[in-house]
Design a protein around this ligand. Structure first.
Ligand SMILES: Nc1ncnc2c1ncn2[C@@H]1O[C@H](COP(=O)(O)OP(=O)(O)OP(=O)(O)O)[C@@H](O)[C@H]1O
Ligand SMILES: [Mg+2]
Length: 459
């Protein structure tokens, strides 16, 4: 179906339309009322829509029904000139649409012909390029490691403390030696475990992680060791392989090992000493080859002295010890992590945002009690929850903004100015216009403009 056929000289048009069917770009033609007259085969293919669903329809309705997010044709009709827009087709394809008005002898628009080119691939290339550029920019003074697994993650660092840790990791990774990683919550202990596993020759074998604090004691034992068929009521008939056995050849993380109950500690010690596991209810044991890494944010030595952690187990699991310092003690990492997460969340949510240098400085000076986890969460929340494109210090969560009192001394002038800013911003939001806001506030609108300009520059 196409409505162009109703136009004069329909034979010529029919032939032209046949030609258009072979054009690789999508072609979309609307009449002066914004009603679709024609779409070609390439457009159907690009969009996944059928022409019978589009022809005869008003563009505005197609937007409302979610076919397209904006209409170049309607803009051309309104502005009476050729223009190009980026558009999302069917919510998935990125296309660039160029709409051209076709005028009749009287100078009125007769139709709008739009060509639609798929730039999804180009956009991907652009994003990849931007990513590579940012990464190489970030890379100047630090190392990164990419793990391509089920989830892509990057290990970033720049501080001398972390450089030393990574050197140690590189040194010990090839050996099956057990490693204890200590450090506060969110500091990156688990990421270091990933790093060790991926740097070892075990990287093609499993890396199994068990959080000793998250699993109830009775279950933890059967998860770790497995059981024979009928070993206890409720157990599976055919028995179950334990995680330690499953990790054979690979790496095993005992996360939050400080929470492991004493009886299990004894059993674990035996596994490490004998390099064998025995399923619950079985009298046979099986040889296993695993590297054990343990992690904790508790002080194990203190637990040892309190009789809550076995001394013999401690020395077995802590042949090599790695202590991850809190983020506030490795200032060199904060900067690269801010850039990294900010860029990544921008890309992930396809949102354009900018951090003012002053905002970044507040973030750098903050003491990050929740370490990298906290930093990552804050960066995500800044990207998704601040409507403004430019993120100013006052957009930061209150506790972070207030931590920067040295940067923003609370003298009278500052406090009055902050209050003034708030009043002006509210008036502008309410009136949706600087001129109207000025009128409401009883000041000349150039006064208001000057203020906004000054605040914009000052951050
Ligand atoms: N060097 C790093 N580069 C990039 N991201 C990191 C780095 N270190 C940690 N992260 C990220 O920070 C978050 C917290 O890290 P991780 O889970 O390793 O901390 P943790 O020390 O194991 O914390 P917890 O004690 O609470 O288990 C994760 O999202 C992780 O991906
Ligand atoms: Mg952890």
């Amino acid at each position: 179906m196409n409505l162009l056929i109703q136009y004069p000289s329909s034979v010529v048009i029919q032939r032209l339309l046949t030609v258009l069917e072979f054009v690789p770009d999508g072609i979309y033609i609307v009449n002066p009322e914004g009603i679709t007259l024609y779409v070609n085969a390439a457009y159907e293919k690009l969009s996944g829509f059928k022409r019978k669903d589009l022809v005869g329809r008003y563009m505005g309705d197609l937007i409302n029904e979610g076919y397209i997010d904006q209409s170049a044709s309607l803009m051309v009709l309104e502005q009476k000139k050729t223009l190009s827009i980026m558009q999302k087709l069917g919510r998935k394809k990125d296309v660039i649409v160029t709409g051209r008005p076709v005028f009749n002898q009287d100078g009125n628009i007769e139709m709008v012909v739009s060509s639609v080119r798929d730039i999804t691939y180009l956009n991907q290339l652009k994003n990849d390029l931007e990513r590579v550029e940012t990464i190489s920019k970030l890379n100047n003074h630090r190392f990164t490691f990419d793990f391509v697994g089920e989830q892509k993650s990057q290990f970033l660092f720049n501080s001398p403390q972390m450089k030393e840790i990574v050197q140690k990791v590189e040194q010990v990774a090839p050996f099956p030696t057990s490693i204890l990683i200590t450090g506060p919550s969110g500091a990156g202990k688990e990421e270091i475990v990933n790093l060790i596993h991926h740097m070892s020759d075990r990287h093609k074998k499993p890396l199994i992680k068990v959080n000793c604090a998250a699993i109830p004691e009775a279950l933890l034992e059967s998860e770790l060791f497995g059981y024979e068929g009928g070993a206890f009521t409720g157990s599976k008939k055919e028995g179950k392989m334990g995680l330690l056995e499953l990790a054979d050849g690979g790496t095993f993380l005992l996360d939050e090992i400080g929470e492991m109950p004493l009886p299990l500690q004894a059993k674990l010690l035996r596994v490490i000493q004998d390099k064998k596991v025995q399923r619950i209810g079985s009298n046979k044991s099986k040889k296993i080859d695993i590297r054990i890494i343990s992690a904790t944010n508790r002080d194990l030595e203190k637990k040892m002295h309190a009789g809550e952690f076995r001394e013999d187990l401690f020395y077995r699991i802590a042949v090599v010890q790695i202590e991850v310092p809190p983020l506030r003690e490795r200032l060199g990492d904060i900067d690269v992590l801010i850039d990294h997460f900010f860029y990544n969340f921008k890309e992930q949510y396809r949102i354009e945002k900018e951090l003012l240098p002053k905002t970044k400085q507040v973030l750098q000076d903050y003491h990050w009690p929740g370490n990298i986890r906290e930093l990552k969460n804050i960066m995500e929340s800044l990207i998704v929850s601040i409507p403004e494109v430019i993120i100013k210090p006052e957009h930061l969560p209150r506790h972070i903004f207030h931590s920067a009192y040295k940067l923003f001394p609370k003298n009278l002038k500052n406090q009055i100015e902050n209050y003034e800013k708030m009043i002006v911003e509210e008036a502008i939001n309410r009136n949706n216009s600087i001129r109207k806001a000025a009128k409401e506030l009883g000041v000349h609108h150039t006064t208001l403009l000057k203020k906004l300009q000054r605040w914009g520059e000052g951050g």
